[in-house]
Design a protein around this ligand. Structure first.
Ligand code: UDX
Length: 434
């Protein structure tokens, strides 16, 4: 098989497919990325992925190429894993990478083949692509399509791919379904549920899942706003409502909100697509989910200002965290960097430190100040902001910072520290909704 697009999703999928025993050719047009992958190196940080990749590059089961002709010759099963970023100046998804990957492999296919889409796409895409690939391919009606959305989380990508919660197969033929059941024979044998459905439902499962997760986070962040006004504690509230199995405790952590390459752009693309198909009212609530989320970022900038007594300009601020979540070096739409940039705009002297994302952060936000260690970030800081909950930040105690900082004020943007411990040590502690 081939895996077309070797970014986050594709590189993980390719290595995981090799681990499941398949012969895999990864296809991409980015020469630097291919060069790294051929040496068994990932161009991004993901726990366990580099080991898996290197293992299968060495075994010869996983190779890489930039040629669609080679891909079409090598296999008759192609997974398409290219990105669908937010289109600039619009909420809609940019479908150009998906469209060109499907066209290119279809045009190169002289014999019947199965193209399997894994990218997160607006509902209706699969039906459109089925028509496109039959039209442009020399193999014509021999070109089959299936939609098999991917639910992996960054930081757990390998585990989520090898042991998924469920496998969703959007397919129009039992032959295609059977083919994909063979591909995933191992997880299926381990008991992974398989949901077989039509194209639009398969596409929507992914969109709906991400919309629901975003809603859960914004719900608890809205409760955090209420707790702040009423003097309650949102972490206790989340524990208490989470005991109800119908609600569940996971994804109810109030904080500076969701970021990353998926949730923010996926809910916006969902709103755009719903408008196109005439059901915008059904998802109007997502506008509010997005606003609550963005309000947590401005709220954090305000909180830092209050901890500084209202004067931000010229003041030294330590920002702990740059990645959008721990165990990742991904800074796409990162709340931490957005907040750091907000303070920088107000004239603060910001020092950002992250265990893995420094390089990407500096590329994305070159104007910010960076420190190459936690100690260097907090040295002389008048306020410390914990914005990404890396294990080394969660483990911080007042004793670790005393004597280094210039002011004992901390904003715990992920509610991971013990407020009592910090207050007892003479710190001004501020969390989110507690
Ligand atoms: C998400 C989905 O979880 C995954 O299924 C999908 O395939 C891709 O999008 P990912 O972007 O890797 O995965 O991150 P996720 O773990 O979902 O976290 C997203 C954001 O929400 C992070 O910024 C995280 O900090 C934030 N978050 C998560 C919260 O603020 N509170 C929570 O309780 C959980």
């Amino acid at each position: 098989m081939t895996v077309i697009g070797t970014g986050y999703l594709g590189a993980t999928h390719a290595a995981a497919m090799a681990e499941l025993g398949h012969e895999v050719l990864g296809v991409d047009n980015n020469p630097a990325q291919l060069a790294a992958l051929r040496e068994g190196r990932t161009p991004f940080f993901e726990p366990g992925l580099e080991e898996l990749l290197a293992k299968h590059v060495a075994s010869g089961r996983l190779r890489f190429s930039d040629s669609y002709a080679e891909a079409a010759d090598f296999a008759d099963l192609h997974f398409i894993c290219v990105g669908t970023p937010q289109r600039s100046g619009s909420y809609a998804a940019d479908m150009s990478y998906v469209d060109s990957a499907f066209s290119a492999i279809a045009e190169a296919s002289q014999r019947p083949a199965l193209l399997v889409g894994k990218s997160t796409v607006p509902v209706g895409t699969a039906a459109r692509l089925q028509e496109l690939i039959t039209r442009v391919s020399p193999a014509g009606d021999g070109m089959q399509l299936a939609w098999n959305p991917e639910f992996l989380r960054e930081g757990f990508a390998v585990k989520d791919t090898l042991h998924p919660d469920r496998i969703v197969l959007g397919t129009e033929s039992s032959e295609t379904e059977q083919r994909l059941r063979e591909v995933y024979a191992r997880p299926i044998a381990e008991g992974t549920p398989v949901v077989v459905t039509d194209f639009p439902t398969a596409e929507l499962v992914k969109t709906a899942a991400n919309a629901f997760l975003a809603t859960k986070i914004s719900f608890i962040n809205a409760m955090a706003e209420v707790c702040e006004a009423a003097g309650g504690d949102v972490t206790v509230l989340a524990d208490a409502i989470g005991h109800d199995a119908r609600i569940g405790r996971r994804f109810l952590n109030a904080g500076v909100g969701f970021g990353g390459g998926c949730l923010p752009k996926d809910i916006r693309a969902f709103m755009a697509r719903a408008g196109e198909i005439g059901v915008d009212q059904a998802v109007t609530f997502l506008t509010e989910i997005d606003s609550i989320n963005l309000r947590r970022r401005t709220g954090a900038v305000d909180a830092a200002g209050e901890l500084l007594g209202g004067q931000v300009s010229g003041r030294r601020v330590a920002v702990l965290g740059a990645a959008f979540k721990p165990d990742s070096d991904d800074v796409r739409d990162s709340p931490a960097l957005d907040i750091a940039a907000g303070l920088h705009v107000h004239g603060a002297d910001v020092r950002v430190y992250d265990p893995k994302a420094m390089h990407r952060a500096a590329l994305a936000y070159p104007a910010l100040g960076y420190a190459d260690s936690l100690d260097a970030a907090v040295d002389g800081a008048e306020v410390v902001l914990l914005l990404t909950e890396w294990a080394e930040f969660r483990a911080l105690t007042p004793a670790d910072l005393d004597g280094k900082v210039a002011g004992k004020a901390i904003f715990d943007g992920r509610n991971v520290l013990d407020p009592a411990q910090w207050r007892e040590a003479g710190w001004t502690y501020r969390g989110v909704g507690r």
